[in-house]
Design a protein around this ligand. Structure first.
Ligand SMILES: [Mn+2]
Length: 297
């Protein structure tokens, strides 16, 4: 297996060996599905570079999650048209899933999620989806394309009925009408803040296993400022950590992606926060039941 020249956390070879690693990280620098700002294609490298400055010890878990082995593979060769691009992700992620790896896809824009989800579904059968995002992404098409990042949850909902969307604070009237008509489980940021959405019940209702898709724009600008389609008023750092902790504690998360970070030369904070959040999620996946007993959200 050809490993990438940049390794997450800058780990020593002992912990990046493909055979031994529990986690495979796939950088996917694609931004053909964006509608506003560019820069998401440079995000995987920016996250990998920033990750080398993280502490390997996690103070929440009181453990060192990297010990499970994290290998960063070469980014696949990416086609220009969306259908082929999605096929590439599907084949790449399925290949790693079939070797019983926990696969993390690092985007790139949100349109890449569908390819990974198709692979997860092929491997596991029925799978639910939790989306953390500022946007509902429930348009059927956007700017003439069904493969735009603004449509990804519509594509996902065509192959699973079980979805939960959290942090939403930007959607069209048509999307809002669809949410009501189809009784889609969606917690707006407003409802989250006002505690007017029963997250506990929604999580309980969602069948396992779960695929998690994290759009960087779910976070507040104080956490991650540079995204393709920024929206003010997102999750603060601790809220994000607690929410993810809760999700990983209550659900069997079988894979996740992290998309829509946009590289900006003058912003070193956003890729660092993204890298740290991804590392926290790896820790939650593999160590949470061992080290965390009580939790308040
Ligand atoms: Mn978004």
């Amino acid at each position: 297996m050809k490993l990438y020249s940049k390794q997450f956390l800058g780990l020593e070879a002992e912990f990046t060996s493909f055979e031994k690693a529990a986690v495979v990280l796939v950088p996917f620098p694609y931004e053909g599905g964006v509608s506003y700002g560019l820069g998401t294609a440079k995000a995987p490298d920016a996250i990998l570079d920033a990750s080398c400055y993280l502490e390997l010890y996690d103070e929440v878990l009181d453990d060192q999650p990297y010990r499970i082995g994290i290998t960063t593979v070469n980014p696949p060769k990416i086609a220009n048209n969306p259908a082929d691009m999605i096929q590439t992700i599907y084949e790449t992620t399925l290949f790693f899933l079939n070797q019983d790896k926990f696969v993390i896809l690092i985007g790139g824009d949100h349109s890449i999620t569908f390819g990974y989800f198709k692979a997860i579904k092929e491997k596991y059968g029925q799978v639910s989806v939790i989306q953390l995002d500022a946007h509902a992404d429930l348009r059927n098409t956007y700017e003439g394309s069904p493969w735009s990042h603004a449509c990804v949850m519509s594509r996902i909902r065509e192959i699973t009925a079980h979805t939960l969307q959290i942090g939403i604070r930007s959607l069209s009237a048509k999307e809002a009408a669809l949410v009501k008509k189809e009784n889609i489980s969606l917690c707006t940021m407003h409802q989250f803040r006002q505690r007017r959405f029963d997250l506990e019940a929604a999580l309980n209702l969602l069948p396992d296993p779960v695929f998690l898709t994290v759009d960087a724009d779910v976070f507040d600008w104080s956490v991650i400022m540079s995204t393709g389609t920024p929206e003010p008023g997102g999750l603060l750092w601790d809220e994000g950590v607690s929410l993810l902790q809760k999700i990983f504690m209550q659900k069997n998360v079988i894979g996740f992606d992290f998309v829509e970070l946009s590289y900006q030369e003058n912003d070193r904070n956003s890729p660092y926060a993204a890298a740290k959040m991804i590392y926290k999620m790896i820790g939650f996946k593999f160590f949470i039941n061992k080290n965390i007993t009580d939790l308040e959200l």
